[in-house]
Each structure stands twice: as structure tokens, then as C-alpha cells.
Ligand binder design. Structure first.
Ligand code: AMP
Length: 607
């Protein structure tokens, strides 16, 4: 079935979003109007389609749904689940069981989420046609953007896009991140020419799994076509900042290549070399310009200095990425930041209909054709009657909900873990502010470390202190993002026997124990963290700052002075409030960094 067929006959005003830039855009805007105007009817139809096709699956048969395809029966009989609940089914599929366990359509691959379970990326089953659904959502983004920024067909987009390594499950299915899957698909590789979607990066550079070669080529091509660039972007803010850091570190080599018209020998990938060769000719004037701009040591506004025609940054700065807004403002001289879409490995959810709004105002409109959506009022556990979940069209403005999805690929009433607040409606479709992801304590880029993982890492590292009769009495953490790449800072207060305190500290320093503790913590963190450290270099070495004895008591005093209850006080395991960070830093007696990279391999651990 074509994914665009779910269009109920409604009479809507296609120009409500604004006059479309062209006929193709008008058709896409009409589609948005139709979907949002009949959100509830579309949702009913989507569920009916999913249940009709998947009614024979082992999973749905288990709940005795029979041939019912209506919402009431579905909600009454099928439980709300988490990834851990589905683990046995997912493991069987990964091990090669091709029977219709979750989905009637064959599982084409697994998408590896940045959310982890037992330290490994979650495996999300997907089916071929989901690519069409994702493509459909992508195709809506430029028609909306064209309403606000005219002339984007007159130039190009400098987008830093990357693939990551992929692996095979024991049963032979590919497992890779959703964007890697998309960039490697024919949808992306063989996309028809579209003047509104011309990138400066050659596809060969995007598809190279070597992070250095890919980034080098993308930056070089961006510099060569600098006057054509109308928008600069990456998927997440952290990715764009990594690109700027790359320019800071490599501008001399890049200028050298431009001056001579020769690509550095460090880029060995033959398809990148031939793609770059088509663009790279000796251009001493451009090389001089880049050298002049980058050698000043002043990086403020570097994006608009090098790419002066940039109209906006296309980068997600909502959720965990909001911490990068000030840095991006600094480097871009205050360009608008467009957060265009909200998506995940499980399902692409929706788009921002006002992409040029301030980051603090961003709301995403969930497209009702993507999956069947339910909303668990935040703070509620789904009870046995499973009735608290609200349908897309019935959510209330101002309330917070956890997103629960039922997908064509076979997730049924699956808790995504995102908390969303309803900010309003577009037609009959609600719009949501991304509030936060549940249980995430620390995040630098796509890594998500929760409290239990941090606790486990501290425990594992502090074992190294035992031979020195020292231990960790208290700890907290902070995602340090003032430098790029950012890194985790863990504050430790140590307990050392008073009588031998001086000697113990000297022995710890002599033996480099604190540094080893940093590495031991990294080894204990989940695979997404370690991949970012090792393969992408997008997280810097973990740092332990040792604070003097009594610091955490002072922290408690401070919290109580600000109104915390003495009985209920708990040490915060992550801090970002500047006065608290100042307090901790002013009590720091030493700082230690991880001396090496933790272990990471693209293959999943089997335990
Ligand atoms: P993954 O499964 O690794 O693709 O990560 C998907 C998760 O990233 C979502 O469930 C959200 O928590 C987060 N995410 C995706 N898009 C956005 C966005 N536009 N704003 C904030 N968080 C987002």
C-alpha cells in the first residue's frame, strides 16, 4: 500500500499555512492540511490498517484480539510495554526466527537506537515500507521552510551528515542507526534532482564510514562552494559544533589543499577522491581568505564570515541539545536556528510548522499518518484497565504526556520514553513541546546516561581505590559543553583515613589511580557513550574532579538554604545550576582525565 493513501475526503483550505512556493509544495502543504484537519479519523484508519495486516502475528494473537481492528478492543486487550518487555521477541528475530512474531511484513533490518538496554543500543525492528513513510515526512520539510525563507532554490545546503558502522545480528539481519539506513538507501542515494535540496557534500563523502575522511571532504566541499551556501546544518547541534571544531583544527590543511588544488593523502577513499576532484581546482584567493579568517584566533561569527549567504542553521536544538544554543549563537552571529522535525528509530513522528521560531518556542506537530499514537498522562503508570491513555486528538493543552506508539513495523503500545507538553493545535492535530527524555542524567550528543548507569560506573571505578583504603563518599556529575567536544565531569568526595590522608593522596597520585578511575568509569558506561568516544570523537575524555572533604555537606546546606526539605534532601546526581557548579569547582582539589580510549567495537556484546 502506498503510504500516502490515507487521505480522508475533507475540504480544507490548502493555503492556510501560507502561499506555497510552487505547485509541488502546494501539494505537500495540502497533504499536511488534510492530515491535521482529520487527525482523529486518520488515526482510526492507521490503527485499523496496522491491526488488519498484523492480526495474524504471534504477538497480537497472544492477546486474543481476533479480527478486531477498533480502538476500544485494542486498548482493552493489548498491554502498554517497554523495550524490556519485548526483549524476548526481539532476540528471537535477531537470532533468525523469520516467522511473523511482531510484524506480518518481513523485518528488513534492525535500527539501533541511541537509547540503550543493558548497556547496548536498543534494536528496533523495521520493515521496508517504513523508508517510504520516513521519506514522506522528509518531503514535507522544505515546502514548510519555503513559506518562511524564500529563494532556497538559488543555492545549496551545507549539511554535515554521517553514517555510522553497522553490524549483523546472529540471524544475519543488518543492525544500524536509522540515519545510516536512510543515507544508504536508494531513497537518498538516487534522489531525483530538487533545486530546494542541493547539498554541497558529495554523497560519497556522506557515505564514508571513516569519520575523519567524511568530515574533511564535507568541510572542503563546503569551503569550495562557500558563496552558494544558503543554510548550514547537521542533525543535532552537537554535530554542527563538531564541524566547527574540525575547521578550527584543520583549516591549515584545508587551505593548503585549496591553494594547490590537491586533496590531502589522508583522504584515501577512492569515491570521495573522485567526487572531490570534480570540484577542487587551485584557488589561491580562496585559500588566502580562509587563512585570513581562521588565523585571527577569533571564532565569533565564523559561520557567517565564511558562508556569508547563510540564512539559517538547520539543526535540532530542542531537548538535550538546548545546552548548545549559546555556543551556536556565538559561532553563527545569532542566525536563526530551525528545528524542523521530531523523529526516532522507532518511528518518525512529526514536524515543526513554524521552523523559524525561537528554539524555546518550538512545537512539533505529530503527523497522524506515521503510526498510531497514544499519550500516557505523565506521572501515571498504565494500570490494569489500561484506560488512562489518551488518543492524539484528545490530549489537553498544557498537560504533559509520555508518548506511546503502535507502528506498522510491529511495535504495539510501545513507550518511547519521551515526555511531551501540548502547546496547542494545528487544525485538529495537537502540537507538542519536547520536554525531556525520561531517565536521562547526562548527554553530550546522542549518548543518554541514566542514574543507574552512572552509579554502576562510579562503583566499578571506586573499586580501584580499595587497596589504598580510600572510597567515594559522595558524587555528582555535570555535562561539560563549554569546550567542543564536551565531556562528562564527575565530582568525587573521597573518604580517606584521617591519620594517613596525606600519604594516601600521595600514593593515589603516584600510581595514577584517579586517571585509571576515569577510564574504568568510561569502560562501564553504555556502548553509545563508548562509540562516541572511540569512533566519532564526539565526546572528550571523562574527568573526575576531587572535591575536599565536607563539600557535599555544604551542597546540602546550600539546597536547604534555598528551601529544600532537610528530611527529603537527596544528593543530586547531576548538576547544571551555575551557583552549585561554582561551589563544587571552588572546592575542587584536583582534576584527572581518562588517559586512554575505552573499549568499543561495532559488534554488540552478547551478554
Ligand atoms: P534515536 O532512537 O537514537 O533515533 O533517538 C530518538 C530520540 O531522540 C527521541 O525519542 C527523542 O528523545 C530525541 N529526539 C529526536 N528528535 C528530537 C527533537 N527534535 N527534539 C528533541 N529531542 C529529539
Amino acid at each position: 500500500m502506498a503510504v500516502e493513501t490515507i487521505v480522508p475526503a475533507v475540504n480544507v483550505n490548502a493555503a492556510k499555512l501560507g502561499p506555497a512556493a510552487n505547485e509541488k509544495d502546494a501539494e505537500k502543504l495540502r497533504f499536511i492540511e488534510e492530515m491535521t484537519a482529520s487527525a482523529d479519523a486518520v488515526q482510526e484508519k492507521v490503527l485499523e490498517e496496522i491491526l488488519t495486516r498484523n492480526s495474524g502475528t504471534e504477538y497480537l494473537r497472544r492477546y486474543g484480539l481476533g479480527c478486531a481492528t477498533d480502538r476500544a478492543t485494542f486498548k482493552a486487550m493489548v498491554p502498554v510495554v517497554t523495550y524490556e518487555d519485548l526483549q524476548p521477541e526481539i532476540q528471537r528475530i535477531a537470532n533468525g526466527d523469520r516467522s511473523a512474531i511482531l510484524s506480518a511484513h518481513p523485518i528488513s533490518e534492525f535500527l539501533t537506537s541511541s537509547g540503550t538496554s543493558a548497556g547496548e543500543r536498543k534494536l528496533m525492528p523495521t520493515i521496508k515500507e517504513e523508508l517510504d513513510r520516513r521519506q514522506l515526512l522528509y518531503s514535507l520539510l522544505m515546502p514548510v521552510m519555503n513559506l518562511y525563507v524564500p529563494g532556497l532554490d538559488k543555492g545549496k545546503g551545507l549539511y554535515f551528515l554521517f553514517v555510522k558502522s553497522e553490524t549483523k545480528t546472529p540471524g544475519g539481519l543488518t543492525a544500524r542507526p536509522v540515519l545510516t539506513s536512510y543515507y544508504k538507501s536508494e531513497h537518498f542515494k538516487s534522489r531525483p534532482y530538487d533545486p530546494y535540496n542541493v547539498y554541497t557534500s558529495p554523497t560519497a563523502a556522506i557515505l564514508c564510514a571513516d569519520a575523519f575522511q567524511s568530515m574533511y571532504a564535507q568541510m572542503l566541499c563546503g569551503l569550495l562552494q562557500r558563496l552558494d551556501v544558503l543554510r548550514v546544518g547537521a542533525v543535532f547541534a552537537s554535530g554542527l559544533l563538531r564541524a566547527i571544531r574540525f575547521l578550527q583544527l584543520h583549516w591549515q590543511e584545508l587551505s593548503h589543499d585549496i591553494a594547490n588544488g590537491l586533496l590531502t593523502a589522508k583522504v584515501t577513499d577512492p569515491s570521495i577522491r573522485s567526487a572531490v576532484a570534480e570540484l577542487l581546482k587551485p584557488d589561491p584567493e580562496l585559500a588566502r581568505f580562509i587563512t585570513a579568517e581562521c588565523s585571527k584566533g577569533d571564532w565569533a561569527g565564523i559561520i557567517t564570515r565564511i558562508w556569508p549567504n547563510t540564512k539559517y542553521l538547520d539543526v535540532i536544538v530542542t531537548g538535550a541539545m538546548a545546552q548548545y544554543i549559546p555556543t551556536l549563537e556565538y559561532y553563527s552571529g545569532g542566525l536563526p536556528m530551525a528545528c524542523t522535525m521530531y523523529a526516532s528509530s522507532e518511528c518518525y513522528f512529526g514536524l515543526n510548522l513554524k521552523p523559524m521560531c525561537d528554539p524555546s518556542e518550538v512545537s512539533y506537530t505529530i503527523m497522524p499518518n506515521m503510526a498510531y499514537f497514544e499519550f500516557l498522562p505523565h506521572g501515571h503508570q498504565p494500570g490494569p484497565d489500561k484506560t488512562q491513555l489518551v488518543d492524539l486528538a484528545d490530549v489537553e493543552v498544557g498537560k504533559e504526556y509520555e508518548l506511546v506508539i503502535t507502528t506498522y513495523a510491529g511495535l504495539n503500545r510501545y513507550r518511547v520514553g519521551d515526555i511531551l507538553r501540548v502547546t496547542g493545535f494545528y487544525n485538529a492535530a495537537p502540537q507538542f513541546r519536547f520536554v525531556r527524555r525520561k531517565n536521562v542524567l547526562l548527554s553530550i550528543e546522542s549518548d543518554k546516561t541514566d542514574e543507574a548507569e552512572l552509579q554502576k560506573a562510579v562503583e566499578s571505578a571506586s573499586a580501584l581505590l580499595r587497596p589504598y583504603a580510600a572510597s567515594v563518599v559522595e558524587y555528582t556529575s555535570h555535562a561539560y559543553t563549554k569546550a567542543i567536544p564536551g565531556h562528562y565531569v564527575i565530582y568525587w568526595e573521597l573518604l580517606v583515613k584521617d591519620t594517613a590522608a596525606g600519604e594516601t593522596l600521595a600514593a593515589l597520585a603516584r600510581d595514577g589511580v584517579m586517571e585509571q578511575c576515569c577510564l574504568a568509569m568510561e569502560e562501564a558506561l553504555n556502548s553509545v557513550y563508548r562509540q562516541s568516544r572511540v569512533a566519532d570523537g564526539s565526546i572528550g575524555p571523562l574527568e573526575i574532579r576531587v572535591v575536599r572533604a565536607g563539600t557535599f555537606e555544604e551542597l546540602m546546606d546550600y539546597a536547604i538554604s534555598r528551601g529544600a526539605s532537610i528530611n527529603q534532601y537527596k544528593v543530586p546526581r547531576c548538576v547544571s545550576f551555575p551557583p552549585i557548579l561554582e561551589l563544587l569547582d571552588s572546592r575542587a582539589v584536583s582534576a584527572h582525565f581518562s588517559p586512554a580510549l575505552p573499549r568499543w567495537s561495532p559488534h554488540r556484546s552478547t551478554n
